[in-house]
Design a binder for this molecule. Structure first.
Ligand code: 5GP
Ligand code: MG
Length: 178
């Protein structure tokens, strides 16, 4: 027990379910305090953040909304192959307090791009909440207000995070075994 095999790789438990739940609860309690009178709109970034978003919401007791967005590869004749479009956002975010809910911030480029896309829609403010942060890998200047856990620079799966589409279903977080 404690290890799983996904495709060609072995993973071992690195953050157990109980620890994840404890830290998600802590973040939710901070939000319950900070965002009480702000009617926040949580934007969960699919696919990776669905479990985090779910557990976070179950610990929030303030008036709030949640919606789900995705960064999808741009279809068509765009030259900038790397840049992705924000899809799925039907809510009006103008003047709102928006909280981005992400699974993991690694280099930070994805988050930086998402922030820029959201800013175009004139929210009142944007806060970032991430389940995981790899501080050693961060390459851009981001103000990340809510971090459930800091992790080392290794590839992880579980609790929403995948390896080639698999492994999202596990309650614990697993780190790849070299
Ligand atoms: P960034 O743009 O911050 O470098 O990358 C963020 C994205 O890379 C995350 O949303 C996630 O999809 C992916 N990612 C980064 N590190 C990991 C990891 O350790 N495991 C998994 N499953 N995905 C990761
Ligand atoms: Mg993600």
């Amino acid at each position: 027990m404690g290890t799983i095999k996904i495709k060609d790789k072995i993973f071992a438990v690195s953050i157990p379910d109980a620890k994840i739940q404890q830290e998600v609860k802590r973040v939710a309690e901070e939000m319950n305090r900070d965002l009480k009178d702000k009617n926040p709109l949580f934007l969960s970034v699919l696919n990776g953040s669905f479990m985090f978003a779910s557990d976070l919401m179950r610990n929030l007791t303030i008036p709030c909304e949640i919606s789900f967005v995705k960064l999808a590869s741009y279809q068509g004749t765009s030259s900038s192959g790397k840049m992705k479009e924000l899809v799925g956002l039907s809510e009006n975010v103008k003047g709102r307090t928006v909280v981005i809910v992400e699974d993991i911030v690694d280099t930070g480029f994805t988050m930086q791009h998402l922030l820029a896309k959201l800013m175009e829609r004139s929210p009142k403010e944007i806060h970032i909440a991430t389940l995981l942060l790899k501080p050693d890998k961060l390459q851009v200047d981001l103000d990340i207000k809510y971090v459930a856990m800091h992790i080392p620079n290794d590839f992880i799966v579980g609790y929403g995070l995948d390896y080639d589409g698999y492994g999202r279903n596990y309650r614990d977080i697993y780190t790849v075994v070299e």
